[in-house]
Design a protein around this ligand. Structure first.
Ligand code: UD1
Ligand code: CA
Length: 477
């Protein structure tokens, strides 16, 4: 088998008009990662000499996103296609990244930025077939029940690939062809470059079609190989939001299957939404309606859901989170959260601590074994270990100008319906009475009670009498 170095060119300069979006198509996310990054993650898994991305529409944004989110040894190179004249023109622009040293003979994978389901093995197999056959070009093909929108693969009487015809240029018989071009090719670069120079935009869309290279190569007497994809769903192209949803559903299922193989239980994988960036440990149990997003990590034996959304949240082992929302938070081992709790950024819930129903926490350090079981707001607060926060407690952290901190000592008991007016500190083991408004520090071991209700005896009768006099006066007018 002829070994030649292998590189890849990704076409990602198009606007993606059919998405009807202010965001370039290739940046639309699937399972928490932009479409184009899925393609690049696949490429990075292969032994490639270089990876070239052709950018154009939203070039700056696309380049920046890739640079920020792609961790790889292989430096990705960017070339700009200033005017989008079609995929053939984009491929030509991509090839300008390759210095034409004399005697270089290499292969180049050309693919589009809108096929996020493609697997590395499929590309590796394509390159192998290409080398085994010593073909000028090898294209992946797929048989689809509904080939609408794709270029069709036209084969000659002997079954060899002859050319590709785009849907807008196809005649009735060609439209019947179920074998499509997913736009995933392996080319011998020495043959691709001259073939691209022979393209013309005389077609229904007035564009330079990369697909025309196939016919050009065949006419020049070269061999073009068509290799059927083992799993046609991998070749799904995303042009509009309906296809985006279909692709995302397939990817989501793949992610769930992977975690189930790794020892995670899912009551209903069809109703479980896990980003590609999430990490789960064995014996995690996920109940329906749960979304795990971003850099979320869940430790062994924890139970998450139903209907829980965790974004960039770290959960320890054997914790329970029910019907709740958390973002940029940390939940310790064996802690219980919810139902209906909201953990906002900067919240750290200690081991075995409890955050109960209708509790909101923000920038809150909740100590080991501490409890806030009901109807509470904990903002900018440090709660000591084993402290107990009574129902309806509010940390009044905002004085209209700045956010102030509350410190509650270990083993402190905050009575029901307290307002702790920050900055304020409740000492270790201190108690506050029900309904207190605490504006001054409470020493350790002290009891603070406040705003006692004073009774005004006979107030109700007095009011009735007053009301009656007023009514008589009005009628007398
Ligand atoms: C293309 C193929 C079609 C194939 C389909 C598979 C052509 C002419 N047609 O059609 O045979 O079935 O993909 O999904 O190649 N792009 C550029 N610069 C341009 C134009 C496009 O970089 O000037 C990029 C786009 O960003 C996109 C890719 O090339 O990532 C494909 O372009 P798109 O417009 O989606 O082509 P399709 O109509 O899907
Ligand atoms: Ca496309």
């Amino acid at each position: 088998m002829a070994y030649r170095p292998l590189s890849a060119v990704v076409l990602a300069a198009g606007e993606g008009t059919r998405m009807r979006s202010a965001t370039p198509k290739v940046l639309h996310p699937l399972c928490g990662r932009p479409m184009l990054l899925h393609v690049l993650d696949t490429l990075v898994a292969l032994p490639l000499e270089r990876i070239v991305v052709v950018v154009g529409h939203g070039a700056e944004r696309v380049t920046k996103t890739l640079q920020e989110q792609l961790a790889t040894e292989i430096p990705v190179e960017f070339v700009e296609q200033r005017v989008q004249r079609g995929t053939g023109d984009a491929a030509s622009v991509g090839l300008t990244a390759f210095a034409d040293e004399l005697g270089t003979d290499d292969d180049v994978l050309v693919l589009t930025g809108d096929t996020p389901l493609l697997r590395a093995d499929t590309l590796a197999d394509l390159a192998t077939e290409h080398r085994l056959a010593d073909a000028a070009a090898t294209l992946l093909t797929a048989e689809l029940d509904d080939p609408t929108g794709y270029g069709r693969v036209v084969r000659d009487a002997r079954g060899n690939v002859e050319r590709i015809v785009e849907q807008p240029d196809a005649n009735g018989a060609e439209l019947e062809i179920a074998e499509v071009n997913p736009s995933i090719y392996c080319f011998r670069r020495a043959f691709l470059a001259p073939a691209l120079r022979r393209l013309s935009p005389e077609n229904a869309q007035g564009e330079y079609y990369l697909t025309d290279v196939v016919g050009v190569l065949r006419q020049a007497g070269h061999q073009v190989l068509g290799v059927a994809a083992a799993d046609p769903t991998e070749t799904l192209g995303v042009n509009d939001r309906a296809q985006l949803a279909v692709a995302e559903a397939i990817l989501r299922r793949r992610i769930c299957d992977r975690w189930m193989r790794e020892g995670v239980t899912m009551a209903d994988p069809a109703r479980t939404y896990i980003d590609v960036t999430v990490e789960l440990e064995p014996d995690v149990r996920i109940l329906p309606g749960t979304m795990l997003e971003g850099r979320t990590v869940v430790g062994a034996g924890s139970v998450i859901g139903p209907d829980t959304r965790l974004v960039d949240t770290i959960v320890g082992e054997r914790a329970t989170i029910t019907f709740s929302v958390a973002r940029e938070a940390e939940v310790g081992d064996e802690a219980t959260i919810g139902p209906y709790a909201h953990l906002r950024p900067g919240t750290h819930v200690g081991m075995r601590a409890k955050i109960g129903n209708f509790v909101e926490a923000k920038n809150a350090d909740i100590g080991e074994g501490a409890k806030a079981s009901h109807l509470t707001y904990l903002g900018d607060v440090e709660v000591g270990a084993d402290a107990n926060i009574g129902a309806g407690t509010i940390t009044a952290n905002y004085d209209g100008v700045r956010k102030n901190r509350t410190k509650i000592g270990r083993d402190a008991h905050i009575g029901s319906n307290n307002t702790l007016v920050a900055p304020v500190e409740i000492g270790d083991g201190a108690y506050t009475g029900a309904g207190s408004v605490v504006t001054r520090d409470v020493p350790p071991g002290a009891l603070a009670k406040g705003v006692p209700a004073r009774s005004e005896e006979g107030w109700v009768a007095a009011r009735h009498a007053r009301d009656e006099t007023e009514t008589e006066t009005e009628e007398g007018v």
